[in-house]
Design a protein. Structure first.
Length: 155
């Protein structure tokens, strides 16, 4: 089995960048030398991400990305031949507004959030400066490998 990434768009919005987004995530798997992994990216609206944030993190507000890493769950019995990493939920409205706020394309922000979520699924975090530096360097390497820069505009 190769790496399997499934992207679900649970919004009404049509997003033409989804096949490119999958390629970015596959390249991240390749960079991390991962084989036989699968995970999902689910694109949602503000109401859904706020509900997830409230119910699972006890923070009742909209956020940009939430991950549910299955490997963090000790009670799950997972197949040994495949790593089922979990789910990445991305709020499309937040991705759009942050792209404007940071002065880059929607595609760049969407790719950043997806790669950010991917590294959370692998156990990386940014709770302190050292961990943040490692995680953000990895994210930036993946984006650079795919030609996605802060000035990149792909509309």
């Amino acid at each position: 089995m190769e790496n399997e990434i499934t992207i679900y768009n649970e919004t009404e919005e049509e997003i033409k960048e989804l096949s490119s987004l999958k390629e970015v995530l596959l390249s991240a798997c390749q960079k991390e030398k991962l084989n036989h992994v699968c995970f999902n990216v689910i694109l949602v609206d503000e109401a859904k991400i706020q509900e997830l944030n409230r119910d699972y993190r006890k923070i009742d507000r909209v956020t940009d990305v939430i991950t549910f890493a299955l490997e963090d769950e000790d009670t799950m019995v997972l197949p040994s031949d495949v790593r089922i990493l979990g789910d990445i939920y991305i709020c499309l409205a937040r991705a759009r507004s942050q792209a404007i706020e940071y002065g880059h394309s929607f595609y760049r922000e969407l790719a950043f959030l997806a790669v950010h979520g991917f590294y959370h699924l692998l156990g990386y975090d940014h709770q302190n400066k050292d961990d943040e530096k490692i995680m953000f360097e990895k994210q930036e390497e993946v984006l650079q490998m795919n030609g996605i820069t802060r000035s990149e505009v792909k509309e």
